[in-house]
Design a protein around this ligand. Sequence first.
Ligand code: UD1
Length: 421
Amino acid sequence: MEKLVVVGGTKLEGEVTVSGSKNSILPIMAATLLCDGEAVIHRVPRLKDVLVMQQLLEFLGAKTKMEDKTMIIDARGVKPEKVTEILMRKLRASNLVIGPLLARFGEVQAAYPGGCAIGSRPMDLHVRGFQKLGVQVKEKYGYIEAKAKKIVGADIHLDFPSVGATENLMMAAALGSGTTILRNVAREPEILDLQNFLNLMGAKVSGAGLDVIKITGVSKLHSAEHEVIPDRIETGTHMVAAALSRGRVTVAKTIPEHVEPVMAKLREAGVTVNQGNDYVEVIAKERPRPIDVKTMPYPGFPTDMQPQIMVLMSIARGTSIVSESIFENRFKHVDELRRLGARIKIEGKIAVINGVPKLNGALVEATDLRAGAALLLAGLVAEDITVIENVHHLDRGYESIEQKYTQLGARVVRVNNGVRS
Ligand code: UD1
């Protein structure tokens, strides 16, 4: 089992470059299933989740090739194979192939993604949207069986701006007849990136980034070349790491506008954040002031940054409050942070964090991707040594994470069964 061993206490200094966005590349890879030609995608991060999505596309019959940071996908030979539980459980976002497979073949069978560490993750909004598009959906033995003679345009209002449902419905409606209006959609930057990619393939999609998306179905989509946007959660993670270590770090090749809520909270905590066109610089000199954070759909504070910002609150000069409004069970990192000396109380969806002057190294376990990121950040500032188990969670969403922090001066190594790897 791989672990990260972190010797805390170094100031992070220098520049770190952000990789392509995990949450953009996954729906974009799914969207290549709609393409009657070759899709060339640049700035693809080497992540476990990307590898699993690549395996899923190949299982369905696509040809894929990775050259440096460019992925070439030819989905012309794809067949609507049954997407098994094994694939679905490895990667929740594999449910994003349902929309494109429906649009292309009019049928799909896929296992339900099931619950996960941070919540139950239902698919009711996806399913109701598909039904409005003329799809018949049956749920049998943990599988979704969906069939449609053809996808017909519809007016769909989402009860909640779900990222996955917005993406799945955009892709389902892109190939087909009629016009679809999606209301109360997710406004995350990754939705706009997907819209841009779909339009490069010849789709007619507009409105991404706003509350209403309009899709006029077309009969065919063609080859396209696209570069994925930078990962805003990776950007935010490095920003918090810099603030925690009281260092000075430039987070390069990113889009500052996408991390506005993180910048705002860091400034409130007394951290200096300078921004340029494609970078943010974070400078911190002292213990942060306490802050309150409520997670919200974009452009609110991202739930995917909640565990990381909680580490900053753990060493603040007073009491901070986190209110988690997106996922019902996203406080798994709290027990682990307590092992490092953090003083945190949970009341339902609220966490009350009493800042302590310092954290102390301990043996902790990453329970999910962002919990793992939080523990790594905590380890970077804790006194002595922190060992983080179950590092595979971190590899799902952070490319070369220990190399990036080592470059900034951190002391972190990966060990496998006691041997440095
Ligand atoms: C995406 C991101 C994930 C992020 C999340 C919220 C990807 C690959 N993953 O996940 O990193 O944490 O957005 O920003 O982009 N819900 C329902 N019914 C549905 C769908 C969702 O009740 O049919 C609920 C979920 O249980 C959850 C909330 O809506 O409580 C948000 O989920 P959603 O926006 O769909 O997140 P994902 O697309 O799964």
